[in-house]
Design a protein around this ligand. Structure first.
Ligand SMILES: [Zn+2]
Length: 241
């Protein structure tokens, strides 16, 4: 007890126009001594899971990074002949402009404080694969970003689908269904916990008692469900598989 289970996963969105990968987890060969399980990871699991969807890295048109924390940018790059290169060679990587500015300036001041920016974000800029967007960017009639600041400075979530048949891929605007019940409950890694709580309450108020699905990044399975009202807050009703 007293622990939460966090899974780490990417979402893949296929529309008639695009194939989009949202958040790229942890990545191989990267020094992450704070988390032994991630440190210098060598696994073919990510590749195998991608292949199981029938896709290869070349099929991805857009990589969306909801924010630039270590567990959301890792597979942005892979090691090739001692250099970090974009894992998804045809993709444009969508970064919120203020989020990118925040982390690249922090990296300039203190590279040790955010090594994942050095190995998983800067190589994307060097390869000119980035697209700097506002956190309310509209990709097309089916895919749009929604600003969900608080966990990080310019965090975005991704709304996909037609009205009535849509879902919101949250990124880290929420970490656990417990924060549906208690929207003001913060995460210790939040940039601004109060703002993160306001963001959650506003979003839940908007989609509560609708068919819009909430697709949690870190929720243990089932990660997808609906929001319903419960007293002065809300409840998460997981979708049964
Ligand atoms: Zn995360």
């Amino acid at each position: 007890m007293g622990r939460i289970v966090l899974c780490i996963q990417s979402y893949i969105v296929r529309t008639a126009h695009h194939i989009i990968l949202i958040d790229s987890c942890v990545g191989n060969h990267k020094p992450r001594p704070q988390v032994p399980f991630w440190n210098m990871m060598r696994t073919d699991r990510y590749e195998r899971n991608l292949a199981a969807t029938g896709l290869t890295v070349r099929d991805i048109d857009f990589v969306m990074c909801t924010h630039l924390h270590v567990d959301h940018v890792g597979w942005n790059t892979r090691l090739e002949n001692g250099r970090w290169v974009p894992t998804f060679p045809r993709a444009k990587y969508l970064f919120a402009d203020r989020e990118l500015e925040h982390w690249t300036s922090r990296q300039r001041e203190n590279p040790e404080s955010c090594p994942w920016i050095t190995d998983s974000v800067l190589p994307i800029l060097e390869a000119r694969r980035e697209e700097r967007v506002k956190s309310d960017h509209v990709l097309d009639e089916l895919v749009r970003l929604i600003p969900t600041p608080g966990h990080t400075i310019d965090h975005y979530s991704v709304q996909v689908g037609k009205p009535g048949e849509d879902g919101i891929v949250t990124g880290d605007m929420i970490h656990t269904p417990l924060q549906v019940r208690y929207p003001e409950l913060g995460m210790f890694t939040d940039y601004n916990s109060q703002q993160a709580g306001e963001t959650r309450r506003r979003l839940f108020e908007r989609i509560c008692e609708t068919t819009t699905l909430l697709c949690g990044a870190h929720f243990a399975s089932p990660s997808v469900g609906r929001i319903v009202r419960r007293g002065s807050a809300f409840d998460f009703v997981p979708m049964s598989d």
